[in-house]
Design a protein around this ligand. Structure first.
Ligand SMILES: [Zn+2]
Length: 298
C-alpha cells in the first residue's frame, strides 16, 4: 500500500475481518444487519468486533456463577460428585474411552474443566488427568468435589514438564478470542501421536437454522439469542472445525455429529417441545447441533 490510502479504504479493510479458518476477507452480516455476527464463504460464523480479553473473562465468571443465561444457571450443578448416569456423562465416558484407545493412557489435559467430571472419569479410565482452568472458583470446586488436579490460568501460557498424551477441549474454543492459537498450543504440548478431542456447537444444524430464521423476524430476535449466546464468539461447522484442526498440526481421525441433551436446560415446556422437534429432525437429516473432532498430532 502506498501512502495515499484513503480513509474510506481503511474503513473497508478494518470493517471486514479476516476469517480465522480460510483467511478470506469476504464475510457478510449473518442476519443481513449489524448485530455483530458475520458469516464467511467457508461457513465460519463469528462475532466481530471481538470483546476485549477482560470482557471475555468477566462473562465466563458470570456464566460459572449462573448469571449469564437463566436457562443454563443450574446446568453445572448436576455434574458434581452425585452426577447422574445421563447422556452427558455417557458422552464423557465414550470420549475418554476413545482417547484411551488412540494413545493407550498416559497424561490427559482437560482445558476448560466445567465441573471437573471429565477429569474424574479420565482418572477412573486410567489416565493421569490434569485440568487447566481460567476460573479460580471452578478449579477450587472441582478439586473439592473430585480431588482432581487443576491448574488455574490461561492454557496459552501453560507449560508441562513432559509431553502430554491427550487433550480434551469440550465447549471451550468457541469461548476464546482465538481458537487457532488454542489448537496450536495443544499441538505444541502433545507428543507426536498424541490425541486431541474438540467439541463445539454445530452451526450447520436444524437448531441454528431455526435461530437464523427467528433472528430475521421482528419481535422474535430475542429467541435467537438462546443459541447465539453472549460468551460464544465462533460458530463452526463440521467442515470448518476439521479444517482448522488439520491446519494446526493434526491428522483428523473422526468427525462426529451429536445431539445436545435437553435435560440439562431449564427451558419452558413449549420451547423444550420446539427444540426437541428440531433435534429429532436434525438427527434424521444429519444436521445435529454438536460437532466433535478426534485428531492425532502429526
Ligand atoms: Zn472463511
Amino acid at each position: 500500500m502506498g501512502g495515499v490510502e484513503t480513509a474510506e479504504a481503511r474503513t473497508c479493510a478494518s470493517d471486514v475481518a479476516e476469517c480465522l479458518v480460510c483467511g478470506a476477507r469476504e464475510s457478510r452480516p449473518l442476519h443481513g444487519k449489524t448485530d455483530g455476527l458475520w458469516v464467511c464463504r467457508c461457513g465460519l460464523v463469528f462475532v466481530h468486533p471481538l470483546p476485549t480479553a477482560a470482557e471475555i473473562s468477566a462473562r465466563e465468571d458470570d456464566a460459572f456463577h449462573g448469571g449469564l443465561i437463566d436457562e443454563t444457571a443450574e446446568m453445572f450443578t448436576a455434574y458434581y460428585r452425585n452426577y447422574p448416569e445421563d447422556p452427558v456423562v455417557q458422552g464423557f465416558r465414550a470420549t475418554v474411552q476413545r482417547l484411551h484407545q488412540l494413545v493407550g493412557g498416559g497424561t490427559l489435559v482437560d482445558v476448560g474443566i466445567g465441573t471437573g467430571l471429565l477429569l474424574h472419569l479420565a482418572e477412573k479410565a486410567g489416565f493421569r488427568a490434569i485440568g487447566c482452568e481460567i476460573a479460580a472458583d471452578a478449579a477450587a470446586r472441582a478439586h473439592e468435589e473430585f480431588g482432581v488436579e487443576v491448574r488455574v490460568g490461561d492454557f496459552l501460557e501453560e507449560r508441562f514438564d513432559e509431553p502430554v498424551d491427550a487433550i480434551t477441549m469440550a465447549d471451550v474454543v468457541e469461548h476464546t478470542r482465538n481458537p487457532r492459537r488454542f489448537l496450536e498450543q495443544a499441538a505444541s504440548v502433545l507428543r507426536p501421536g498424541g490425541a486431541l478431542f474438540v467439541a463445539v456447537p454445530n452451526h450447520r444444524s436444524t437448531l441454528y437454522w431455526a435461530a437464523d430464521v427467528l433472528a430475521r423476524l421482528p419481535g422474535l430476535k430475542g429467541q435467537a439469542q438462546r443459541l447465539y449466546v453472549p460468551n460464544h464468539y465462533w460458530y463452526f461447522t463440521p467442515k470448518t472445525l476439521a479444517r482448522l484442526v488439520a491446519e494446526c498440526g493434526f491428522e483428523v481421525r473422526e468427525v462426529r455429529r451429536e445431539s445436545p441433551y435437553l435435560g440439562r436446560y431449564a427451558f419452558s415446556l413449549p420451547v423444550k417441545l420446539g427444540l426437541a422437534t428440531l433435534i429429532t429432525l436434525g438427527r434424521w437429516a444429519g444436521l445435529e447441533a454438536r460437532v466433535e473432532v478426534y485428531a492425532v498430532r502429526r
